[in-house]
Design a protein around this ligand. Structure first.
Ligand code: FMN
Length: 249
């Protein structure tokens, strides 16, 4: 094994070094979404089919995209939030037979190992706080209300100002078992590749509605998981992105 922790990950996830996946052992697959707590009230989001947002063509959005760390004080509308969630993790189809989801992003083996959480500061009609996106129903669940969540999240992100000043910060959590069920240890590569697709969709969707994002890979992993109440390796924060309307230059 090379004396290099980073490359050791590549080495250990080569086909010759991985174990037999749970699927090949006939074990049942995990659910495609974390089950909701009994009786959890859900907040409706505008139907993605009715949204008339994002006038740019794809090439313009790609060429204009930059990481944006300065946001205006503008509030996002619920329509805009719905649009951004739909284009990053929206569930277009649930195959009842195979118990898998088809979404607006690709995912290795269609395993879709992510849950999306939002630290909301300025979205019309929503109190500040931590929310979960219930992708299968395109709805939100409020988990913790109040301003203090975003302050703690900013600390976890090594004090990065753009988290503190964002209208909303996306927090993507990985549930590795969804992918390891099929691909065992090789799945850990796919988690990070999958996450890149999700964040790029957020970049382009945000650009198309005059918002900007900054991907956040610099955060204290243990503190982030603790703040979110996750228990790695079952579930952990894999990526984040702060987002807001672009401040005028
Ligand atoms: C995986 C990844 C992690 C990143 N993490 C951070 C971060 O923690 N903080 C930050 O300010 N920018 C972060 N960025 C943004 C990059 O610094 C930015 O993409 C780069 O400087 C190029 O600028 P551009 O996006 O405007 O083209 C990250 C980007 C990626 C792709």
């Amino acid at each position: 094994m090379p004396d290099n922790n980073g490359y050791a990950f590549v080495e250990r996830t080569k086909y010759l070094n991985i174990s037999k996946p749970a699927q090949s052992q006939g074990k049942p697959q995990p659910p495609y979404e974390i089950p909701l707590e009994e009786g959890m009230p859900l907040i409706d989001l505008p139907d993605p089919d009715t949204l008339d947002l994002g006038g740019f063509d794809l090439r313009t959005a790609i060429e204009m995209r930059r990481s944006v760390r300065q946001y205006s004080q503008d509030t996002l509308s619920l329509e805009e939030l719905s649009y951004l969630l739909w284009l990053t993790q929206g569930v277009q189809k649930i195959s009842e037979k195979r118990q898998v989801t088809l979404r607006t992003v690709p995912s290795a083996g269609c395993r879709h190992p992510f849950e999306t959480y939002l630290s909301i500061n300025r979205v019309a009609g929503l109190e500040a706080g931590l929310y979960r996106y219930v992708a299968s129903q395109h709805k939100l669940a409020a988990l913790q209300l109040g301003d203090s969540f975003n302050t703690r999240l900013t600390e976890v992100c090594l004090g990065q100002r753009q988290v503190g000043t964002s209208a909303v910060t996306f927090i993507w959590a990985a549930v590795p078992e969804r992918t390891t069920w099929r691909y065992s240890e090789r799945s850990y590569r796919y988690l990070y590749l999958d996450a890149g697709h999700v964040c790029q969709n957020l970049h382009l969707a945000a650009e198309s509605i005059n918002c900007g994002i900054c991907a956040i890979g610099a955060y204290n992993d243990d503190a982030a998981d603790q703040l979110m109440g996750f228990h790695p390796p079952e579930m952990f924060v894999i990526y984040m992105a702060s987002l807001g309307r672009k401040a005028s230059p």
